[in-house]
Design a protein around this ligand. Structure first.
Ligand code: ZN
Length: 242
């Protein structure tokens, strides 16, 4: 059983197509999407439809709820807000319905999927400080918890004694007596200085997680963003992965 995990697509259809193609070539059995299907990028409706078509599990991100008015636009910074308002204008009724139906968290006893943090999904905490990592690890109810939101890949583990470990490396054999909190990074707007689309594969039988990157046509997305009148800051950051 192999599960592909994607997050923070952000209306970037070129990056999403590249990642889905790679996941199908890797013959994953299931795809989990951790939210933020829309916001920032130029193809929100196409991304909602494609994620729906290919994913077995989808949870909501803050940008998804922002795009349907479920989260006020003033909760976002100026660049994100401009993109949210643009997205609200172009979002179809069908996409709105899909987003409206998304849960904040999903759990099957083995794997938890949540956009921001498992202890308070609705508060959209960034799991980036040591404190936040600790709170998330302590709130975990299944061996694997996948998160997105920061757009920065990271793997944290918790031992039976409650010690936290920041795991280094892009692939990892996950110990059975530990809990693992895994941020898979972002498909459509990476922020770890690597502009390639990020995604993860969990091999359940081998207890192995791998972080992957995929190059895609960034300039094609940037051209569409420019035509849509999206901000130059959002356009340029795709080049540097920041
Ligand atoms: Zn995001």
């Amino acid at each position: 059983m192999r599960i592909g995990i994607i997050a923070d697509v952000h209306a970037n259809i070129e990056a999403l197509d590249g990642v889905l193609d790679a996941l199908h070539k890797a013959q994953v059995d299931q795809i989990i999407c951790l939210g933020d299907l829309v916001g920032y990028g130029p193809n929100p409706n196409e991304c909602v439809a494609k994620v729906m078509e290919h994913s077995d599990v989808i949870v909501a991100g803050n940008h998804d709820f922002g795009a349907i008015g479920k989260l006020p636009a003033d909760r976002f910074n100026a660049f994100a807000r401009q993109a949210i308002l643009w997205t609200q204008d172009v979002l179809t009724e069908e996409s709105r319905k899909v987003i409206q139906s998304l849960p904040l968290i999903w759990d099957d006893g083995r794997t938890t999927a949540v956009h921001a943090s498992p202890e308070a999904p609705e508060k959209w905490h960034y799991v980036s400080s040591e404190d936040a990592v600790f709170r998330s690890l302590m709130a975990m109810t299944s061996p694997y918890c996948f998160i997105g939101h920061t757009h920065i890949p990271a793997i944290f583990s918790r031992t039976v004694d409650g010690d936290m470990i920041l795991q280094k490396g892009k692939s990892l054999t996950l110990k059975a007596n530990q809990l693992h909190l895994i941020n898979v990074g972002s498909v459509g707007q990476p922020r770890d200085s690597d502009p390639r689309a990020a995604y993860g594969i969990l091999d359940v039988d081998e207890s192995r997680f791998e972080l992957h990157r995929k190059t895609y046509d960034i300039s094609a997305v940037q051209k569409k963003m420019k035509n849509a009148g999206l901000s130059d800051f959002l356009i340029q950051r795709l080049n540097v992965g920041q």
